[in-house]
Design a protein around this ligand. Structure first.
Ligand SMILES: [Ca+2]
Ligand SMILES: [Ca+2]
Length: 263
């Protein structure tokens, strides 16, 4: 009689799936990886917004210098909220306004946004990397918006412009014909692209940023081109680029073909 073979021992595990502990480990790892990915994505986005802002400010500054070289003056700000003018259409706003403003008249306001149509540049160049309009502050007190005489009738070096501070100090570090302000990630004080294209974000609450909106600036008057700070005591995220009086003077002397304005 033939004996039937003994049954093979069962080698198959009783657990074919993940244990709760294994599942917990996997879920934790996925969470860590997602958090790392999100942090990297956020960092990349912030760097992109910052670099776009700086690139556009440089672009606008160069466009202003080119405009000055051709027109011998700087354009007035685009000021969308003023009655009787053409609004935030990219055309500079003057007291005699409309589609073709009279360049011999005063600016409606020295503070507004970049007049992209007058400069002949794309509208997006007037925006910062955070989607707000950059503030454009022209030093109208010294007549930069009116046509300069070429060559000058007398040796007159244009006076100092708007004070720009790169750090808390009593003496400014730069003198600007134009100050371009991106109000940064918090966007406080910036004109935004709301339904009417004329809305302005809530103003800054800290003195470090208030000066860039001409809103009760504490400390010395002028604009702040401070470095970024996320400290609770003095947060600052504006990105500021001055068009220096010296740079405009260089364009003037180049147009005159002279070594400087007086020679
Ligand atoms: Ca306008
Ligand atoms: Ca800001």
């Amino acid at each position: 009689m033939t004996r039937s073979p003994a049954p093979m021992p069962c080698t198959r595990s009783r657990h074919t799936g993940f244990t709760l502990v294994e599942m917990a480990v996997v879920v934790t790892l996925i969470g860590i990886l997602m958090a790392m990915g999100l942090a990297v994505a956020t960092s990349v986005m912030q760097n992109t917004q910052s670099s776009v802002t700086k690139d556009r400010q440089t672009y606008v500054r160069d466009a202003l210098l080119a405009y000055f070289a051709t027109n011998h003056r700087l354009p007035c700000p685009d000021r969308g909220s003023n009655v009787g003018n053409t609004g935030r259409d990219g055309v500079e706003d003057r007291t005699v306004g409309g589609a073709a403003p009279d360049a011999t008249t005063a600016c409606t306001n020295p503070l507004g946004t970049v007049p992209f149509n007058t400069l002949g540049i794309a509208q997006e160049k007037a925006l910062d990397g955070y989607g707000n309009y950059m503030t454009y502050r022209l030093d109208t007190a010294r007549g930069w918006h009116l046509t300069a005489t070429f060559p000058p009738a007398a040796c007159v070096v244009p006076a100092a412009g708007q004070a720009v501070y790169t750090a808390p100090a009593s003496v400014p570090s730069a003198s600007a014909a134009v100050v371009l302000v991106s109000h940064g990630p918090n966007g406080r004080g910036a004109w935004n692209r709301g339904p009417t294209n004329t809305s302005r974000n809530a103003l800054p609450t800290t003195p470090e940023e208030q000066g860039n909106t001409v809103q009760n600036p504490a400390g010395p008057p002028g604009y702040r081109a401070y470095t970024y700070s996320d400290t609770a005591a003095a947060p600052f995220d504006d990105v500021v680029l001055p068009l220096l009086v010296g740079d405009v003077n260089i364009v003037m002397t180049m147009k005159l073909g002279k070594p400087d304005i007086c020679n």
